[in-house]
Design a protein. Structure first.
Length: 95
């Protein structure tokens, strides 16, 4: 389990982001962290999303509410794409 986690501090140093930014994302429910013995960790499976959120915030000046909105819209798009693929497969069955 320890190998699939990175501390918030390590991530902050490596990607040059503020610890408070990560904490704010967590407080808004945009990401989740794991806490063990007073140390907060970021699971590796959310690193790509966290990197995207960091770029939105620091490079594109999108605020936290905007990041949350973008996250929700991207989730809906992925869901609709899956639904469309399923419907196409059903349609092919009847052709």
């Amino acid at each position: 389990m320890k190998n699939d986690l990175i501390t918030i501090e390590e991530y902050s140093i490596h990607y040059n982001v503020d610890v408070s930014f990560i904490e704010d994302l967590e407080n808004l429910g945009i990401i989740h962290t794991v806490q063990k013995e007073e140390i907060k960790y970021i699971p590796f499976d959310i690193l790509s999303d966290l990197e995207s959120y960091s770029r939105m915030f620091y490079d594109m000046d999108i605020n936290l509410a905007g990041i949350d909105a973008v996250k929700n819209l991207l989730f809906k798009i992925r869901k609709l794409q899956l639904e469309m693929t399923e419907l196409k497969n059903k349609l092919k069955f009847y052709e």
